[in-house]
Design a protein around this ligand. Structure first.
Ligand code: GLN
Length: 404
């Protein structure tokens, strides 16, 4: 028999051709390799709250070690429903409208797999959190990007062009039409917190073009300068066409627990539950119990969380500015997007490589938040969810950059 040597791509799905590995996770690997301060991937380097660690330990000791109900432990679903009522005034039926997943990452892709068909388009603001592109492609949809424009003067906000957004919704051919918009507020990587007016404008388009809103609200409690987080599902006309995604990772500093959820009207929830069941069966059972304890922390916990991150933001930004970065002040989440034109590098990837190897700081190249790399070629993102001493060390190393 003649031996056929298959083409290297012979065994691969076409889908994986259309996206690359995560740059954010790659930068964490590089940070470890170069012993750099990791301001790339957004995870805290300080302890999670003692109460919730204890709750996790107790749940394991009490033998909550087998599968939870596939769509989520009742205690956690009830706590999610209670929080949505208390924080946003949204009534949710925990029996029919919640799916607990392995992180908001799974909640997002399970949702897209549950709602998208071939030919569907998903509107995404750009710069975007890098998962949304591959998530859309894997679920058979096509992302359609709408620009968020950086502030032109210090302290101003990222904005979008209403007409450009309308055109993205309007875009329709014999085979393609808009199914959903993915909205991330507070936003990664820009730190933008969408205002009520902006959300109402998006709402009006969703209603006019019969489009779903899939909202990633993972940074809902991380807000600065008096900004307010408004859930899309709370706006008139949106309850029946919104899937709200959230999780434990950012609010409780437990990114490794992988507990997130999607909240949606019953028919959509059913579809997400089916996908989720076959993807992962369920999120870790003891950590779901600990999640219920986390969601019961008092209001003061969230005030302190936001205040702690505001201090971190105001610690890192002056050090970056002193070194020559132009910083776009975030109003929420724990990242700062910066402009690197002053350093005269050909692009963000070369700059990030220099920063991690020669200066000892890992950041995320801006191009990983854009469809066309050149659009992010003079930007990089830093995460400031770090201990003060980590940020001090980063500031010391940044001084070398300024001198160099
Ligand atoms: N959301 C975080 C970030 O943007 C972590 C991403 C991840 O690796 N899951 O850095």
């Amino acid at each position: 028999m003649t031996q056929l040597s298959p083409h290297p791509k012979h065994f691969l799905s076409d889908k994986v051709e259309h996206f690359t590995e995560s740059v954010i996770r790659e930068m964490t690997r590089q940070a470890m390799q170069h012993n750099a301060v990791n301001l790339a991937q957004g995870f805290p380097d300080f302890s999670a709250p003692a109460e919730i660690k204890r709750a996790a330990q107790e749940a394991i000791a009490a033998d909550i070690n087998q599968y939870a109900i596939t769509w989520g432990a009742k205690s956690l679903r009830s706590a999610i429903a209670r929080q949505m009522r208390e924080w946003q005034g949204i009534e949710v039926d925990p029996e029919k409208e919640i799916v607990v997943c392995c992180g908001s990452t799974e909640a997002m892709i399970a949702t897209l797999l549950a709602v998208c068909n071939k030919g569907d388009e998903v509107v995404v603001f750009e710069p975007f959190y890098e998962n949304y592109g591959p998530d859309s492609i894997l679920s058979g949809a096509k992302p359609r990007f709408v620009s968020l424009r950086p502030p032109q003067v210090a302290g101003a906000e990222w904005t979008f062009d209403e007409q450009e957004l309308r055109e993205a919704f309007q875009h329709q051919t014999a085979t393609h039409h808009t199914k959903a918009i993915i909205l991330n507020t507070p936003n990664n990587p820009t730190g933008k917190v969408f205002t009520r007016r902006e959300l109402e404008l998006i709402r009006d388009l969703c209603v006019e073009y019969n489009v779903l809103a899939i909202t990633d609200e993972i940074y809902e409690h991380i807000l600065y300068d008096g900004s307010e987080h408004i859930s899309m599902a709370r706006l008139d006309g949106m309850r029946d066409r919104t899937i709200t995604i959230n999780g434990l990772s950012k609010s409780y500093s437990v990114t490794g627990w992988r507990v997130g959820w999607a909240v949606a009207p019953p028919a959509i929830t059913n579809a997400i539950r089916k996908v989720h069941d076959f993807l992962t069966v369920g999120a870790p059972a003891p950590l779901q119990e600990a999640g219920a304890a986390a969601l019961s922390l008092p209001a003061s916990y969230y005030r302190e969380l936001a205040e702690r991150y505001r201090t971190r933001r105001d610690h890192l930004i002056p050090a970056l500015e002193k070194a020559g970065f132009r910083c776009y002040l975030p109003r929420g989440a724990y990242y700062v997007m910066t402009d690197i034109s002053a350093f005269g590098f050909a692009n963000d990837v070369e700059f990030a490589a220099h920063l991690v190897k020669d200066i000892g700081i890992a950041c995320v190249p801006g191009s990983s938040f854009y469809k066309h790399p050149k659009d992010g070629s003079q930007q990089v993102r830093f995460a400031f969810c770090k201990k003060p001493e980590t940020l001090d060390e980063a500031a010391t190393r940044l001084a070398k950059l300024a001198l160099g």
